[in-house]
Design a protein. Structure first.
Length: 307
């Protein structure tokens, strides 16, 4: 059976652990595995602009012995004359896997349903599972065992990052707090899915409107840009609505003294996070950015083995 990663809870806790263990091994010995030797090609498709995703997948595929085929949907038939399912049927005869950074989650699901090669969600409007594998790798490097740790997210609780933090972190047995205005609360269905997974792993999800309460005693403090791609016209409203959820030195002081700060980048210093925090001693964002490479390589190796 072909395995895909379309959302964070596509992986069980044991599978998530296996991928993170493999990422640690590949970080220690970067060229240890060459499952794409041949070389085989991986299609990496972008509907949205990208820095970290594009670089980490291109470098990672090359590290694994393969060739990254970077495709812009602006210069292809995907999304225009051709459906995701038809594109998948064309690609599967020529590539070993498909990576897609897109808008609608539905398109990824259609592509995965129509192909025999692994499909990876490199970001959608609903989830960002590749980022979470990198984040969990980073947290494990700095904090040890993931189970029992408390992560507090601040800002837009309805964002793809908030949704992925809930699903991926409870899968790891962590306790997740999401602090946001009521109008920006996570989707009910994603909360319900996270609660179901948490019941299996011992994790938990709690929703807060008070940022200070959410930060108290946390092990990890995290935020994301308030103005994601496609939300630019909402910038003024978002800055007004989310202002009380900025990660400041004062907010960090409410967390545990040894707490770390993570942010998937790009960051808007002065908006969702103060420069003193993201550039300060508790920030591990550069480790996190590097770990996209190692986590995604491990994911590709794992998916190819499973499929």
């Amino acid at each position: 059976m072909t395995r895909h990663l379309l959302r964070d809870d596509d992986l069980t806790k044991a599978e998530q652990d296996e991928i993170i263990d493999l990422a640690i091994a590949l970080k220690k010995d970067r060229w240890k595995l060459k499952p794409l030797e041949g070389p085989q090609t991986v299609a990496v498709i972008f509907d949205k602009s990208s820095t970290r995703t594009r670089v980490s997948f291109a470098v990672g595929i090359a590290d694994l012995g393969g060739v990254p085929l970077i495709i812009s949907t602006a210069n292809s038939q995907l999304g225009g004359k051709e459906t995701p399912a038809d594109t998948a049927r064309v690609l599967e005869r020529q590539v070993a896997a498909i990576v897609w950074r897109t808008y609608a989650q539905k398109g990824l699901e259609e592509m995965a349903a129509g192909t025999s090669v692994p499909v990876v969600n490199a970001l959608s409007d609903d989830f960002h599972p590749c980022q979470l594998l990198a984040d969990l790798l980073t947290i494990r490097e700095h904090k040890g065992d993931l189970a029992g740790l408390t992560l507090a997210f601040f800002g837009d609780g309805r964002s793809n990052m908030a949704h992925s933090y809930m699903l991926a972190c409870v899968t790891a047995g962590m306790h997740v707090r999401v602090a946001s205005p009521e109008d920006y609360a996570p989707r009910d269905d994603v909360v319900a899915d996270a609660d179901r997974r948490a019941a299996e792993t011992g994790g938990s999800v709690e929703l807060y409107t008070d940022a200070n309460e959410a930060a108290a005693g946390a092990d990890i403090i995290v935020t994301d840009t308030w103005v994601s791609m496609g939300k630019e016209e909402e910038k003024l409203a978002r800055l007004r609505d989310l202002g009380a959820y900025k990660v400041t030195r004062e907010l960090m002081a409410l967390a545990k003294p040894e707490a770390i700060f993570i942010h998937c980048l790009p960051a808007d210093r002065g908006y969702e996070v103060e420069a003193d925090v993201i550039d300060g001693p508790q920030s591990v964002v550069w480790d996190e950015a590097e770990n996209r490479l190692h986590a995604q390589k491990a994911l590709l190796v794992w998916l190819l083995r499973q499929s």
